[in-house]
Design a protein around this ligand. Structure first.
Ligand code: C2E
Ligand code: MG
Ligand code: MG
Length: 307
């Protein structure tokens, strides 16, 4: 209870707001002091209401997966699709993962959400493989958050998801970011080993944006590196970016890792990527993320090799 003049009438309100300011300070970095103001309270309220709405969304099936093509740069063939979650909110319409994944991460809802995503992606791949044949859509790529895999039993649940989908674990690529790995290096390494021994493929997502990129590449049991789209998209702007992409591709290939370039937005990015030896690509030029029903009709852009 706070009066119009901003005076507190109850000690617990002071503590609550002090707590809020403390979280703000922590989020801003180490050793910060932050003075509470009312906008923070609104932020907390919005976050709490999003959290309860998201919980309901998971329970009532408001989440949907869209799928974005990943293609082979030489042949133009579809090699897989990345599952990207969307929330069809009854009033707000489509909500992007950038908005609710952080809330899911902080609240622990990422566990049921992530389980649903993995289960649904495996189920859908099974349906595609049975109806279209095994080669039309060879793999599905699923994003994992840090919190998801430090929780006990993740590997068992992942194994169950592929079983129930009737697919092979080698057709599932699990994407994790460097920052997720860095949160608990030992736990992440252990888990990635387990997942690989079950047959899953492991990809490092958004490569180049973390703080320990090089260490990640040789220390972690990986199969695939995805070059962050900020490097790829900017290749048309300057040679510095091309040099960076070149170095990443060379490094990855020397370590026997496959390379996917993210953020291929225009045709002019294709020849330099081919020239640099990048094998796979993803981005709006090849296709936007689309609902499952549109994936079977996917056609890669014509004349890829002459792009
Ligand atoms: P991400 O895993 O790096 O996924 C690629 C993001 O880049 C997607 O955004 C995709 O729509 C977008 N994108 C693809 N091609 C292009 C392009 O050519 N240009 C540009 N500007 N963007 C492109 P989206 O769907 O908004 O997802 C954002 C992030 O949210 C993902 O980044 C991923 O980190 C996270 N995310 C999405 N779905 C899930 C999920 O099921 N679980 C978890 N834990 N995270 C997810
Ligand atoms: Mg990804
Ligand atoms: Mg990415």
């Amino acid at each position: 209870v706070v009066t119009d003049e901003g005076d507190y009438l109850r000690a617990e309100d002071v503590l609550r707001d002090a707590d809020t300011a403390m979280y703000e300070a922590k989020a801003a970095g180490r050793g910060r002091a932050v003075l509470f103001d009312a906008t923070m309270r609104d932020k907390v309220r919005r976050r709490l209401s999003m959290e309860s709405e998201l919980r309901l969304a998971i329970e009532t099936g408001q989440l949907v997966l869209h799928y974005q093509p990943i293609v082979c740069l030489d042949s133009g063939d579809l090699v897989g699709v990345e599952a990207l979650v969307r929330w069809y909110h009854p009033e707000r319409g489509m909500v992007w993962p950038g908005e609710f994944i952080p809330v899911a991460d902080d609240s622990g809802l990422i566990i049921p959400l992530g389980d649903w995503v993995l289960g649904e992606a495996c189920r859908q791949l099974g349906v595609w493989q049975r109806t279209l044949g095994p080669d039309r859509i060879p793999s599905v790529h699923v994003n994992l958050s840090a919190r998801q895999f430090v929780v006990a039993g993740f590997t068992e649940r992942a194994a169950r998801a592929v079983n129930e989908g009737g697919i092979d674990p080698s057709s599932v690529h699990l994407e994790i970011t460097e920052s997720a790995v860095m949160q608990d290096v030992a736990a992440a390494t252990r888990l990635l080993r387990e997942l690989k021994s079950l047959g899953f493929q492991v990809a490092l997502d958004d490569f180049g944006t973390g703080h320990s990129s090089l260490a990640c590449l040789h220390e972690f049991p990986l199969d695939v590196v995805k070059i962050d789209r900020s490097f790829v998209t900017n290749m048309s702007r300057g040679r510095h970016y091309t040099a960076l992409v070149h170095a990443i591709v060379a490094l990855a290939r020397n370590l026997n890792l496959e390379v996917v370039a993210e953020g291929v937005v225009t045709a002019d990015l294709v020849p330099p990527l081919q020239y640099l030896g990048c094998q796979y690509a993803q981005g709006y030029f090849f296709g936007h993320p689309v609902p499952a029903g549109q994936v079977a009709e996917y056609q890669p852009p014509a004349r890829l090799s002459e792009a």
